[in-house]
Ligand binder design. Sequence first.
Ligand code: PLP
Length: 427
Amino acid sequence: MGSIKIVTDVPGPRSSALAAAAPAWVARPVAPDPTSVAIARGEGAMVEDVDGNRYLDLTGGLGCLAVGHSHPKVVDAIREQATRFLHTDYSVIPYDLYQRLAEAVSQHCGGGRKVAFFNSGAEAIENAVKIARAVTGRPGIICFEGAFHGRTNLTLALTQREVPYKQGFGPFAPEVYRLPYPGFEGATMESFEKAAREVFAAHDIAAAVVEPQLGEGGFVVPPPEFLPLLKWFTKEFGALLVVDEIQTGYGRTGMFLASERRAVRPDLVALGKSIASGLPLSAVAGEPDLMDALNPGTLGGTYVGNPVALAAGIAVLEVIDEGHLVERAKRLGELITTGWTAIASAAPGLIGDIRGLGSMVGVEFRDREVLARLRATAMQLGVLTVTAGKEAKVLRHLIPLVITDDELAEAFAVFNEAAAAAAVAAV
Ligand SMILES: Cc1ncc(COP(=O)(O)O)c(C=O)c1O
């Protein structure tokens, strides 16, 4: 596709026209950012917009594109499956794709797992909670400060941020208890442990649901001992550990699951996002006795385990394995961290923190306006980015793991220029 091109009229006239026309038919709550560029096509880590401009896409479909845009192997698998059949309902007329991907997911999640597929990340979390409650016979669910687990009623109860996610949408599901997340807004291991002791002892807890690194909440990495201690608490009090690997999974952190980095085997793992390269698919993978505890027909849904999405999912895992993308994520993380460390020392006062596991690096700026300016300049120079955290002060990297070293170097040339401009404007 060639390299990025510097443009000054971003978004261009066609993107702007689309943005202007959308409100006539598109509901406001789902409207895109009017300053975004509209995509015509994507390939690997590249996006071409409707005006013919090319960009490096470091937003990676908000974490869905570990194998990049329209990977040929994934596209072939989708095309092939679409010509055979689009849908039956696995529970009525089954197909082997389901068990093939279940086996592959199980093997990638430590082995010895059983797997159920759903449509979205939120649905995976909902179903993990259903399983945990049914198996333990208890109602309580523990979640964390800074958490994001989805936008359905139960997952909104687990999600913390009021605006824009929760405000006006209550009442939310009951029996949800929120604990401090060490590293998030001053919480420490001590404050977590104290609160955990109280909550586990005082309530009938079915499960703790946790992100191994906060995603939407600001790419906060808790201390290495956090997840093992949470695992200890759940085991000690007869509850299950549900790890939400929807954003951290699929190799992004340098291991297939981020929880592996802490040598923790969750009872249930929720997967989504990169699982089918953006097609609607998610999964719960768990210990067989838990996954088999419920009767046939108790979990499901019209579209769950759609054959086209499953075919894409099988291809995604092949691409990840053949391209050694999990190891690649580790290397990308080093390159990204080195790049931003150099920018931080060239422009003192600009950046407060650089953190993350593997390629899932977050760069916290001291001032949100400075970051906003930097992102706008980066877009003009051909790099698309996304933020995280309540104050939108964290630049988060959700890059396609297929990005080349040259492309990443191009992105950093842009970041250097954009950071210098943002720093000058800040003075
Ligand atoms: C950690 C985490 N959990 C759950 C979800 C919800 O997934 P979905 O939007 O597919 O429902 C997300 C989505 O961003 C997420 O990042």
